[in-house]
Every structure is written in C-alpha cells, then in structure tokens.
Ligand binder design. Structure first.
Ligand SMILES: CC(C)(COP(=O)(O)OP(=O)(O)OC[C@H]1O[C@@H](n2cnc3c(N)ncnc32)[C@H](O)[C@@H]1OP(=O)(O)O)[C@@H](O)C(=O)NCCC(=O)NCCS
Length: 166
C-alpha cells in the first residue's frame, strides 16, 4: 500500500534505511534539551521500520516512530519536527500516520510519554496514570538520564474509538 500523504509541499512516508542519519539529526537537538530520548544509529537502524518521516523537497524535516510493545499496545516514540517547520501540521500528520498504521495492524491502544501534553490532547490522546502500563514499556526508560525520576506525562489513544478533531 502507498502510505504517502501530501500536505503543502510535504510528503509523509515510511522511513527508509537511508533516512537514519537525518532522523538522528532531528532527534539529537531535542535529546540534548532533555525533551526526547537520545537514539544511537544502531537503535535507529534496528527500529527503522517503526518510523514515518516528513520530507520537504527531499529534506527530512520530521519523524515519528510507532513501536509495538504487546498485542494490544504500541508507543509513539521519537516525534521530532525541525524547529523551522513547527506549527505547520507536520507533527499532527506524523502522529496521524502512526494511528492509521496501528489501526491497520489491529493494535487498539497507543500511548506516549511526553512533555507535550497539550499537543497530544489536541490529537485525541487522554492523560492516564503511568502505572497502568505493563513493565515492558519501561525498557526504554532505563536509558533515560532522568530514570527513575520520570516527570513526563503518559497519554493514551484508543485507536478504534471515534475521535474529535480540533
Ligand atoms: C511537539 C511537536 C512535534 C509539534 O510539532 P508541530 O509540527 O509543530 O505540530 P503541529 O503543527 O502539527 O500542531 C498540531 C496542533 O498542536 C498544536 N501544538 C503544537 N505544538 C504544541 C505545543 N508545544 N503545545 C500545545 N499545542 C501545540 C498546534 O498549535 C496545532 O493546533 P491546532 O490544530 O489547533 O492549530 C514539535 O514541537 C517538536 O518537535 N517538539 C520537540 C520534540 C518533542 O517534544 N516531541 C514530543 C515527544 S513525544
């Protein structure tokens, strides 16, 4: 299936192996600010099938991963949009692409751990208690410099439920 979505001059598509360094370049400035987990090239190569990217005339300006955790749960990871491109709907479109893929895969629930609570609420995610999730989700957190003092908010999205758009 062709997963390309167009808006303005942007194309949202599944990532390719050749996008990995550009994805890391997007993530790392936010990782240095403590807003995203850093990702090694090795992790990104092994997780490349998780990723969608946003391309602007051949330049990768946004990325987002859908990481499957269990039969009924996946995580939105490494959502990053180049600062020059904020506020143009790219973040929303990347998350929407992940939601659509989760729906196709039959995964009913998506979660995210984030500081961007308002952004995800606008997309239909709801705040939940972090403790409702299985221990498996904390594997990545062991790599976080803030572990175990996590101050991120957990939000959940029900893939099959009707959503209000804003
Ligand atoms: C969060 C982020 C991905 C948003 O990307 P973006 O492309 O600027 O977002 P969009 O333009 O798609 O915004 C969609 C909606 O969310 C709103 N929004 C965007 N960022 C927001 C924020 N930080 N707080 C509140 N609302 C926000 C927009 O105003 C827009 O609302 P509207 O539809 O009512 O106009 C981007 O700011 C980013 O890369 N942040 C740094 C990395 C990060 O924190 N990622 C999240 C980790 S899980």
């Amino acid at each position: 299936m062709d997963r390309r979505t167009r808006m303005e001059n942007f194309v949202i598509r599944k990532a390719k192996i050749g996008d990995v360094r550009a994805i890391q370049d997007l993530i790392m400035p936010y990782a240095r600010e403590g807003r995203l987990l850093p990702r090694s090239l090795s992790e990104l190569y092994s997780r490349i099938r998780d990723f969608f990217v946003c391309e602007d005339n051949g330049r990768i300006v946004g990325c987002c991963g859908l990481h499957i955790v269990w039969e009924d749960l996946a995580e939105i990871t490494s959502l990053a949009v180049n600062k020059e491109f904020h506020g143009r709907g790219i973040g929303r479109s990347l998350v929407q692409a992940c939601i659509e893929e989760a729906e196709e895969l039959g995964i009913p629930r998506l979660f995210v751990l984030t500081y961007e609570e308002e952004f995800f609420r606008k997309l239909g995610f709801q705040i939940v208690d972090k403790n409702i999730f299985p221990q498996k989700i904390w594997v990545d957190c062991l790599k976080c410099p803030k572990f175990p003092e996590c101050d991120e908010v957990a939000l959940l999205f029900n893939v099959s439920a009707p959503q209000e758009s804003s």
